[in-house]
Write a protein that binds this ligand. Structure first.
Ligand SMILES: [Zn+2]
Length: 316
């Protein structure tokens, strides 16, 4: 039994190393990545890396800076330098939109600078898990963040910041990408940061290992569309463009169409292989497959099983 455990353990470490090196290779050398800061609207800016992954929201004013997400740890110096281009004020607060490492990796470094970290209760609980699971590659593990990276303040529904003459609202979205998805809304600047619930690069990543669901994805998009006005600027978790309400509606329509097609095939008794062969995403693949790590082969089975298709995804 012990031998088997040891075998499992070494297998796990090996797959972790493979994943992390593969991940790093895919991202290039994280330390050498150039970050850019661009204005979004009002007092809100966005820090981006090439390819647009883990977009950071930056809310800056005379009373200090509030960040939304923290990228990867090796990028922290560059993140702070990018913020300095628009503000000399102290970075005081950080809100994590969810648990994934490309959004919380810089937490520990920022905490060392005295930044106070906020997240939803569910996201904070994910920091306490022994390992952190990542939805790509069939649910790979990454090492857990150190204790110093954990949110210091967690909230169970919504929290407001009163800073720089504006109110910043952070609140739990329905369980879409994960079960701790937090939207951050800047009503005066008219900007909405949706974390990874919305991305311009791929089909929605529904991380079932961290509580994400299709039903929640649609409900979360409903909520975002409801909040957004005609001029609201939307920061996606991934992707280089800031978008508006219309793009969110288009994204939701695409998901609803695929959901409808898959559901009718399930009602006809089709197996997953038959559904995949029918290519329910065919009309959208040209636009939504910019991310090689999340393809219809990842997305459609999640839709199929959540809608009641036979078999269970997690048993594969
Ligand atoms: Zn994510």
């Amino acid at each position: 039994m012990m031998k088997f455990h040891r075998y499992l353990h070494s297998l796990l470490i090996a797959s972790c190393i493979l994943f992390v090196t593969g991940f790093a290779r895919g991202q290039g050398n994280l330390q050498d990545v150039e970050l850019t800061i661009v204005p979004v609207a009002g007092n809100v800016y966005m820090v981006q890396r090439p390819g647009g992954g883990g977009n950071i929201g930056v809310f800056a004013g005379p009373e200090g800076v509030l960040l939304v997400d923290s990228l990867f740890a090796p990028m922290s110096d560059k993140l702070v330098a990018a913020v300095k281009q628009v503000s000399d004020e102290e970075i005081r607060f950080l809100i994590n939109t969810h648990i994934h490492i490309d959004h919380v990796g810089g937490n520990e470094n920022l905490a060392e600078l005295g930044v106070l970290i906020f997240a939803h209760d569910n996201t904070r609980l994910r920091f306490l898990e022994e390992r952190s699971r990542f939805p790509r590659a069939g649910g790979s593990f990454v090492p857990q963040q150190p204790a110093a990276a954990r949110p210091v303040v967690s909230f169970n529904d919504t929290i407001s910041f009163h800073l720089n003459g504006e109110q910043v609202q952070a609140f739990l979205a329905p369980p879409a990408h994960t079960d701790g998805d937090t939207f951050v809304y800047f009503p005066e600047s008219d900007v909405l940061h949706l974390g990874d619930v919305y991305r311009t690069t791929s089909y929605p990543i529904i991380d079932q290992y961290n509580g994400g669901t299709l039903r929640g994805t649609i409900a979360a998009l409903d909520k975002a569309i409801d909040i957004a006005g005609p001029e609201t600027k939307i920061i996606p978790g991934h992707g280089l463009e800031v978008v508006g309400r219309e793009e969110l509606i288009e994204f939701r329509s695409m998901i609803l169409d695929i959901q409808g097609q898959v559901l009718s095939m399930i009602q006809q008794g089709k197996k997953l292989a038959e559904v995949m062969a029918a290519r329910p995403t065919a009309a959208y693949d040209a636009k939504w497959t910019d991310d090689p790590g999340w393809t219809p082969e990842d997305f459609v089975p999640i839709v199929y099983y959540e809608l009641g298709g036979s078999g269970r995804l997690l048993d594969r």
